[in-house]
Design a protein around this ligand. Structure first.
Ligand code: HEM
Length: 498
């Protein structure tokens, strides 16, 4: 079903765009100190939240977005019966259970007990500010207006690195496209092909997802206070939909050891060209953003018509089944295996069909080679800290730039999308038939149970002998994180009404 224009005014703009043209950004983590005062503030600012409607209609010079944690909803006075309608992982929080931390790889130096934020104490509200210019003045004005209802827990300023992440690679190249016009009909033979166009329900609650179903969310009796202002649930007309047009926002502060990354690489290869080639093999793209896997002639649903998008994203791993161009363990091949999760000959036709139609089991621990369309995320991250280039990073006296990525992604099902990608694909030591390795950028290098090493990286060679590097150090440390809900505007007003 197409998303009507009236809905665009209800959806926060982050679903439409990462605000790439607004180069300045700052994220504020807030705690509610007085529920009534905080709700009054929320009522006021909800009028200034940028929506998809606005982005489609006009040039926007600044934008504000607001998201809440489950703890934040509680602090605002939202009834627990309402909060219980959200997903279990959202309610429990990113750092809420030891088992979840283990599955996400948040152990050792990345353990929540060592985080700067989100570990011992969850933030309540995430306020995201984006501006073309004069962000500092606007930020000060916003803080002055918080009143006595909210306190700033942390300020997370960002750095414009010109579209690159701190290791020096172009970031934000591959994104799934939301089917706003409702042309996707999941579950047909078209799904036998890899596609990049996904139903709105993969990112927005209250809409049909790639299973043709609606993700669980709080549905309220119309007689409940405030419920009458919400829209009728599409799949349950007797109830009102608090989730409609909202998305789960995952945020993680990932510190990147840029010096460590380039120094380790320099120790493996003498010539600069070989060093760059090794770093590119680890990522799966050239530093300029082009894919290592060959692009193909046939179009892919949801890629293009922009030529740069076609040049960078019109590929699957069918043309690189042996991993000779893009190693199986490269970051982008793990993060979105496209068709690489369907290696020829490993499965019968029936198994393949079951997977492609999403009918396989949903057990996260076993579903390691699931079809990628059920595990996509919209990435909206921003960089922080200083940027140094690789030549500087290699100097013995190079400063520590203390840079990294505020990894931010949007999805409708945290367990099936973000957590699955992180656990089963990125940090799994058993991905795609390999062993002894995890994501070359993200792995924490801690051995898995049963003494599986995770610090290797292998690159198949045309000669048939795989080149393997061992002893990769951890290049990334998690410093904070939380699961938020980025509500639709009607839902935001519901939270503000109390
Ligand atoms: C500091 C940490 C990270 C760095 C430096 C990093 C870097 C990159 C780079 C350079 C790309 C290729 C360009 C692009 O398509 O945007 C990429 C793609 C991607 N990354 Fe990451 N990333 C990081 C963390 C993560 C995390 C935590 C996840 C998910 C849990 C993730 C998921 C993805 C996905 C889904 C893609 C696109 C793959 C595709 O569709 O081809 N990344 N990343």
């Amino acid at each position: 079903m197409a998303t009507p224009n009236s809905e665009f005014a209800d959806i926060q703009g982050l679903l439409w765009s990462g605000y790439g043209s607004l180069k300045q950004a700052c994220f504020l983590l807030l705690r509610v100190t007085d529920a009534a005062a905080a709700r009054a503030w929320l009522r006021d600012v909800s009028e200034s939240v940028a929506t998809v409607e606005q982005l489609r209609r006009e040039h926007v010079g600044r934008a504000m977005q607001i998201a809440l944690t489950a703890d934040g909803m509680r602090a605002l006075g939202v009834a627990s019966t309402v909060i219980d309608g959200f997903s279990a992982e959202f309610i429990s929080g990113m750092a809420g259970e030891e088992g979840r931390s283990r599955r996400l790889g948040d152990v050792a130096a990345s353990a929540p007990s060592l985080w700067r934020w989100g570990g011992a104490q969850e933030p309540h509200i995430l306020l995201m500010l984006y501006a073309e210019e004069n962000l500092d003045a606007w930020h000060l004005q916003i803080e002055a207006g918080l009143g006595n209802g909210l306190a700033v827990l942390h300020r997370l300023p960002t750095t414009d690195m010109g579209g690159m992440e701190p290791f020096g690679f172009i970031d934000g190249v591959s994104q799934p496209r939301i089917d706003w016009s409702g042309e996707r009909v999941p579950g047909t033979s078209a799904d036998l092909e890899y596609g990049n166009l996904l139903t709105a329900g993969e990112f927005l609650l209250g809409h049909r997802n790639e299973y043709g179903r609606y993700t669980d969310r709080p549905l309220l009796d119309p007689a409940q206070p405030g419920a009458a202002s919400l829209v009728v649930a599409e799949d349950d007309p007797a109830r009102r939909d608090l989730g409609r047009n909202g998305s789960y926002l995952v945020m993680r502060e990932l510190a990147q050891d840029v010096r460590g990354f380039w120094r380790f690489i320099a120790a493996q290869a003498v010539h600069d060209g070989d060093r760059i080639a090794l770093a590119e093999a680890m990522v799966g793209r050239l530093m300029s953003g082009d894919a290592l896997a060959p692009t193909r002639g046939q179009p892919i649903r949801g890629v293009g018509p922009n030529e740069l998008d076609i040049a960078r994203n019109q590929f699957t791993y069918d043309e690189d089944r042996d991993g000779l161009r893009c190693p199986f363990g490269a970051h982008i091949r793990r993060a979105n295996p496209r068709t690489g999760d369907m290696p020829g000959g490993r499965q019968g036709l029936v198994t393949r069909l079951i997977r492609l139609l999403g009918l396989g089991h949903q057990d996260l621990s076993e579903d390691l080679i699931a079809t990628s369309r059920f595990h996509r995320i919209l990435r909206r991250g921003r960089e922080f800290g200083d940027r140094i280039d690789r030549q500087v990073a290699l100097r013995p006296d190079a400063p520590d730039p203390r840079g990294g990525l505020y990894f931010i992604c949007l999805n409708a099902n945290i367990a099936r999308q973000f957590e699955f990608i992180q656990n089963a694909w990125l940090i799994s030591a058993k991905f795609d038939g390999m062993s002894g390795e995890a994501d070359p950028l993200l792995g924490n290098r801690e051995p898995m149970p049963a003494d599986h090493r995770t610090d290797g990286f292998s690159m198949p060679q045309p000669s048939g002998v795989t080149r393997r590097i061992d002893g990769l150090p951890a290049f990334i440390t998690v410093r904070g994180g939380a699961y938020f809900f980025l509500p639709g505007l009607r839902a935001l007003r519901y939270f503000a009404a109390g």
